[in-house]
Design a protein around this ligand. Structure first.
Ligand SMILES: NC(=O)c1ccc[n+]([C@@H]2O[C@H](COP(=O)([O-])OP(=O)(O)OC[C@H]3O[C@@H](n4cnc5c(N)ncnc54)[C@H](O)[C@@H]3O)[C@@H](O)[C@H]2O)c1
Ligand SMILES: [Zn+2]
Length: 377
């Protein structure tokens, strides 16, 4: 499969949720027509844009100009960048600012930013006046392929990430791929781990395509829109079949059990970004699957080699400052997971593109595996 030339029209991926269906519109330079698109969707709505300072500095003026030219009244709220903004105090600030801007139930919140803004603004929209509709305008690769789709919103508790939140599906997602040109390279790469995840969990042909075309995606060629559309179609299908994550949606957590433990072990700091932890987690999930003779060592090596080729970490020794000991990682895994009858649930693979939910993983096997990997570095 080769990269097709850039389509002149944006790609539209529908999310089929009965009574709450919406479109994900993907294309280059869509911010300029955002106002028009919102006008067609909700002719008399006013909007309040929630963004962070980094994204605001680059793209808020263009978003405001787009609303202005469509004749839409808009105000903006800027918060500090980073995970720290998914807090009770910033949530309160955003809710109060939305209320102050006299937005009511027929109006719209626009989440202009990465996953932090999508989760924070989405949750504020879910709560203010018992629910205001939200349009997601994701500006990071992670947000364009993952967090803006599927309706999970929320903030962090002192006891863990994303523990306070709501399902609140957006009414529209507009993914302007040109916005990713200003995203720091490391953030782009981390988001790419979630792109590779869709191939690794359910679509072997897409994974092969990524092995050939990833550079075009990084440099902003037409592969970028294509890859984002494939990921959104994959997630949209899963979300439509299992919105509340009782079954199939769990597969999207491939690499996330090991990943979350490593992320928490590094204190959710810049030492290891979420996507980097997911890359490591996926490499470990593949190796662990090989260990259980579910796949060949060659398949595990192929997954890790591709992630390493784009510059993502795949070995515990790649983590700056090292990782916590196996016992600590096991504590963190147990916190993240429900232990049922003494067994852990993991997303494992029977091949590239063949992930499944394994409910019978013995914690002692995981501990031994992690100790070995830590010793190898
Ligand atoms: N709701 C979901 O389903 C879901 C899924 C996955 C992740 N998440 C959440 O998403 C968050 C991570 O998202 P993220 O990786 O996008 O982090 P982020 O929102 O913090 O963005 C990363 C950094 O890039 C900056 N940035 C974003 N877009 C930019 C642009 N176009 N130009 C310049 N700078 C830009 C941000 O200011 C920030 O500093 C986590 O809180 C995670 O829990 C949610
Ligand atoms: Zn993730």
């Amino acid at each position: 499969m080769t990269v097709q030339p850039r389509a002149s029209e944006p790609i539209v991926v529908p999310v089929a949720l009965p009574g709450r269906d919406y479109d994900i519109v993907i294309g280059r330079s869509l911010l300029a027509s955002l106002g028009q698109r919102v006008k067609s969707l909700r002719p008399s709505a006013r909007v309040v844009i929630v963004t962070d300072i980094n994204v605001g500095a680059q793209h808020l003026a263009a978003a405001e100009a787009s609303f202005k030219s469509a004749g839409i009244d808009c105000t903006a709220i800027k918060v500090a960048p980073g995970e720290g903004s998914k807090s009770y105090s910033v949530f309160e600030t955003v809710c109060e600012a939305v209320i102050d801007s006299r937005i009511d139930r027929g109006d719209l919140v626009i989440a202009l930013g990465g996953g932090v803004i999508g989760d924070l603004a989405g949750f504020a929209a879910a709560c203010v006046r018992r629910g205001i509709d939200v349009v997601q305008v994701p500006t990071s690769l992670l947000a364009q392929v993952d967090s803006s789709v599927g309706g999970k919103t929320g903030i962090n508790s002192a006891r863990g990430k994303n523990l306070v939140g709501a399902f609140h599906q957006p009414v529209l997602v507009v993914a302007d791929t040109a916005l990713l040109d200003t995203l720091p390279k490391r953030q782009f790469r981390a988001g790419y781990a979630e792109v590779a995840k869709y191939g690794l969990l359910a679509d072997a042909a897409f994974f092969s395509w990524l092995e050939t075309n990833w550079q075009d995606l990084f440099s902003g060629g037409p592969a970028r829109e294509h890859a984002i559309a494939v990921c959104c179609r994959g997630k949209a299908g899963i979300v439509a079949r299992d919105e509340r994550e009782t079954g199939e949606r769990m597969l999207l957590n491939l690499g996330h059990t090991f990943g979350h433990a490593l992320e928490a072990g590094c204190g959710f700091s810049d030492r290891l970004l979420h996507g980097e932890a997911v890359a490591l987690g996926m490499a470990l999930a593949f190796e662990f699957s090989a260990r259980r003779k579910l796949i060949s060592p060659g398949d595990a090596a192929r997954a890790a080699n591709h992630l390493a080729a784009v510059g993502l970490p795949v070995k515990l020794g790649d983590v700056a400052g090292g990782v916590p000991p196996a016992d600590r990682l096991m504590e963190l895994i147990a916190q993240d997971k429900k232990v049922k009858r003494g067994q852990l649930t993991f997303i494992l693979v029977r091949g590239i593109g063949k992930a499944f939910v394994e409910t019978n993983v013995n914690p002692a096997d995981v501990r031994a595996f992690l100790s070995e990997k830590i010793a190898q570095k």
